[in-house]
Design a protein around this ligand. Structure first.
Ligand SMILES: Nc1ncnc2c1ncn2[C@@H]1O[C@H](COP(=O)(O)OP(=O)(O)OP(=O)(O)O)[C@@H](O)[C@H]1O
Length: 441
């Protein structure tokens, strides 16, 4: 049996070309995906790891250029091959700018296709791989977007822990991306084939959490009619992510300590331990140190959980990441709600960059979702909530001193009076000498 080679996504609004390409590529043992529009292509890209994109340029609604631009930004390591009729000079330049290097001109033969595909693949051989093969590129690490120092530091820590099973504690305000970091640790590392189970400890009633996490045996409590596995058994061999760990009762905390110390789990209602081999990641936005003081969180557990600590910085401390995040959400929701690429007005982007984001990335995502629904092709200031426009971070350059402001105002009045100082003094209700003095300073 031969092994399937790269995953290739073919995008063309001409079904005959799609089928021809698919036949050729399948006979060469490539795994193919077909899309008759950019929208369909994007849906496939979201769920599938595509190695090569082969796209037509001229397509109705959203054209191939937009798709090339999008894949260059979001999947910078994807190889790109363009199929087109005879391209114009402008088209060629635009294609080169968008990151595709090879052309295939219609009509083409199978050997021309093979030739162009090989060149495309050669030119896209990965350049900078980390130990386990994850390619780190500027602005994107798996699903994590950002180029700020803060996010780079988070990525460095993920790189350090992803291939071992060290217990990781992720702190950070709500909506900063803690779960995304936990997922990245799991999926970027060598244990990614194992399960990833995320449990929101704050979302499960306290009296049920213990049984949900560790499982129970028949008769353990009223209603326990059969033996049941919990989230820990489900995560065995992979990663369990316990969000809002501050919500765990003392009973849950002591069972958790046992998992960490003995690497075993005991179901509720029995004494029989089961061996566990998994990585535990916890997160919270509550202050565990305060909880330790109040004796609602065990200190010994705290030290075991925080072997490695990753603090995800709030969005207001990494505003350089905002344009990249905005781009991601514009694309995602533009296609979802409007079937097209939606852009943002520079003025509106400036407001987003300067807002303080108490709800962090989740808030940014919600605001953009709403703005896209309210906009046509471009998100403008009007589509942003008023509260946001008045809560922006000011820089010193936004303001001038009172004296300078006064001077600017006097000059404005003078210009209006065609430099007639007597008239200007009358309007300003000051005498001519004062007017002269004020302009001098
Ligand atoms: N750096 C990032 N790049 C892209 N998307 C991000 C990033 N950080 C967060 N997000 C997105 O923002 C949303 C909120 O992130 P997430 O749920 O991971 O936050 P959280 O810190 O776990 O929140 P909570 O404390 O409320 O549980 C998600 O949709 C996530 O995909």
């Amino acid at each position: 049996m031969s092994i399937l080679k790269e995953n290739i996504l073919i995008v063309d609004d001409d079904v005959h070309i799609l089928e021809l390409l698919q036949r050729h590529l399948q006979s060469l043992n490539y795994h193919t995906f077909k899309a008759i529009s950019v929208r369909e292509a994007v849906t496939i890209l979201k769920d599938t790891k595509i190695d090569v994109l082969i796209t037509d340029l001229k397509m109705p609604e959203v054209d191939g250029f937009e798709l090339l631009k999008f894949t260059s930004e979001h999947y910078p390591n994807m190889a790109k091959l363009v199929i087109t009729g005879f391209p114009s000079i402008q088209d060629s330049l635009a294609v080169i700018k968008s990151g595709a290097v090879e052309y295939l001109t219609k009509p083409f033969t199978k050997s021309e296709l093979i030739d162009a595909l090989n060149k495309t693949l050669d030119q896209n051989k990965p350049k900078s791989k980390t130990e386990s093969g994850t390619i780190v590129t500027d602005g994107k690490y798996g699903d994590i977007i950002g180029r700020s120092q803060g996010i780079k530091h988070v990525i460095q820590l993920i790189e350090r822990v992803k291939n071992n099973k060290a217990t990781v504690y992720i702190s950070g305000e709500s909506g900063t991306g803690k779960e995304l970091v936990a997922r990245s640790i799991h999926y970027q590392g060598q244990f990614s084939r194992g399960p990833f189970i995320a449990v929101n400890c704050g979302g499960i009633p306290e009296n049920l959490l213990e049984a949900e996490l560790f499982g129970y045996v028949k008769g353990a409590f009223t209603g326990a009619e059969t033996n049941r596995n919990g989230f820990f058994q489900a995560a065995n061999g992979g990663t369990i992510f316990l969000d809002e760990i501050g919500n765990a009762s003392l009973a849950v905390q002591s069972r958790l300590l046992r998992v960490l110390q003995e690497k075993e789990v005991i179901k509720v209602g029995t004494q029989k331990p089961e061996k566990m081999d998994l990585r535990i990641i916890t997160a919270t936005n509550s202050n565990l140190k305060e909880m330790i003081k109040a004796k609602t969180f065990r200190e010994d557990l705290y030290y075991r959980l925080t072997v490695v600590e990753i603090d995800v910085p709030p969005l207001r401390d990494r505003s350089e990441d905002i344009p990249l995040l905005v781009d991601k959400f514009l694309f995602k929701y533009g296609i979802e709600y409007k079937d097209r690429f939606v852009k943002i007005d520079p003025e509106a982007l400036t407001i987003l960059e300067r807002y303080t984001w108490p709800g962090n990335i989740r808030e940014l995502e919600n605001i953009l979702q709403r703005a896209i629904i309210l906009s046509d092709n471009i998100v403008t200031l009007e589509a942003l909530p008023a509260s946001l426009k008045y809560n922006i971070n000011f820089t010193e350059d936004d303001f001038v001193s009172l004296k300078d402001m006064e001077k600017q105002y006097i000059l404005k009045v003078l210009r209006a009076c065609k430099n007639n100082k007597t008239k200007a003094s009358q309007i300003l209700k000051i005498n001519r000498k004062t007017l002269r003095d004020k302009l001098k300073d």
